[in-house]
Design a protein around this ligand. Structure first.
Ligand code: SF4
Length: 352
């Protein structure tokens, strides 16, 4: 959004980064049993409005989980608080192109032409892809770096530069320079790393400010991390006919274990766990909001998958009561188990 709107000539007011205060606002205003992502995004909206935002966009959805209600509830809460904002809910075109186009029209306002819209969408999409590529590269190299904080500095610099770009050529230049700088960081001579895959609900698995930056935590511990969840894929899946190859594969793998759509990322969680097991990963971390129905279903299936494929799985439910210290302790204990298994495998392999 920070690239899309300026490219359309529309001012964007990003909410401040998620903090304890954001979560407290959302928890105070939302129904107690609402899902954690709904509470955090509500906190984001309020902070954005207090900074001057007058229009809010929220993705809509349908069952079987509660996602479909959340935009409506957030709208009612914001109206009851007396804020005068335009709350736009965007439903997937799967449920009607007419509604989708009407929300899209409100979303982009009056100041656009087809060519400008095409340029803005293309630019924003490429930026999203670049940010995800950068995150992926960071996961692939962090485990072997002598000084991982240098990687953080490079990423921060790159993301700051990306916010100012006006063309894809500029983005590609930033990509080239950043990847080159990353490839020059000094590494330690470690052998095969322990490999951990992350699966789970999209918001918790992607938003590092609510998952206590688990990817970075693991990477700094010398673990190779892969995250099966991607915002770009989530957007692709929002549209008919554009499901990604990874998603198709995950759904195919999950089918013998989970035949019905259970909402959210439930099926992806199961399929991606199987994929990691087949790819020889040492363990899987399952991240999800406490009380998330699709992930509760997936959790019980994934536990069976773990036993069948002999792959350890750590289930981490996150909500407003989760604490960083407790999470770090659980992750460290899990990594200890993976290390013991890894060393045992190496010993057994060396006997032959
Ligand atoms: S996927 Fe889970 S967390 Fe997200 S809205 Fe549905 S039930 Fe809530």
């Amino acid at each position: 959004m920070e690239v899309l709107y300026p490219a359309l000539g529309i001012e964007v007011i990003p909410p401040p980064p998620i903090t304890k205060k954001t979560i407290e606002i959302g928890v105070k205003l939302a129904p107690q049993n609402a899902c954690f992502p709904m509470k955090v995004t509500l906190g984001n909206f309020i902070e954005g409005i207090e900074r001057g935002a007058d229009t809010i966009f929220m993705a809509g959805g349908v069952g079987p989980c509660r996602f479909g209600y959340y935009g409506q509830i957030q709208r009612i809460i914001i109206e009851d608080l007396g804020y005068d904002v335009n709350f736009v809910l965007i439903d997937s075109p799967r449920y009607g192109w007419k509604n989708f186009f009407s929300s899209l029209k409100t979303m982009i306002g009056g100041k656009w032409s087809v060519s400008r819209l095409h340029h803005a969408v293309r630019l924003a999409w490429n930026v999203l892809r670049y940010v995800e590529d950068l995150e992926k590269t960071s996961r692939q190299v962090r485990w072997k770096l002598k000084n991982p904080s240098q990687l953080d500095i490079l990423i921060e610099k790159s993301l700051k530069e990306v916010k100012k770009i006006k063309s894809i050529a500029q983005l590609e230049e930033i990509r080239r320079n950043t990847l080159q700088e990353i490839s020059q960081l000094s590494t330690v001579g470690r052998k095969e790393p322990i490999k951990v895959g992350i699966v789970g609900e999209v918001y918790i698995a992607q938003e590092f400010r609510v998952n206590f930056n688990i990817e970075k935590l693991l990477g700094n511990m010398g673990i190779f991390v892969d995250n099966s969840v991607s915002t770009a894929e989530y957007i692709l899946n929002f549209f008919p006919f554009t499901r990604s190859r990874e998603k198709e594969e995950a759904w195919k793998l999950a089918k013998p274990y989970l035949k019905r759509f259970v909402g959210g990322e439930g099926i992806d969680t199961v399929g991606s766990t199987i994929r990691y097991a087949k790819q020889g990963f040492d363990g899987v971390i399952h991240l999800y909001p406490f009380t998330c129905m699709p992930e509760a279903v997936a959790k019980s299936v994934v536990a069976g998958v773990g036993r069948e494929y002999h792959i350890p799985i750590l289930h981490l439910a996150i909500d407003e009561h989760a604490g960083e210290a407790g999470m770090i302790t659980r992750v460290e204990a899990f990594v200890d188990v993976l290390e013991m298994r890894h060393q045992q495998d190496v010993r057994e392999a060396s006997r032959f």
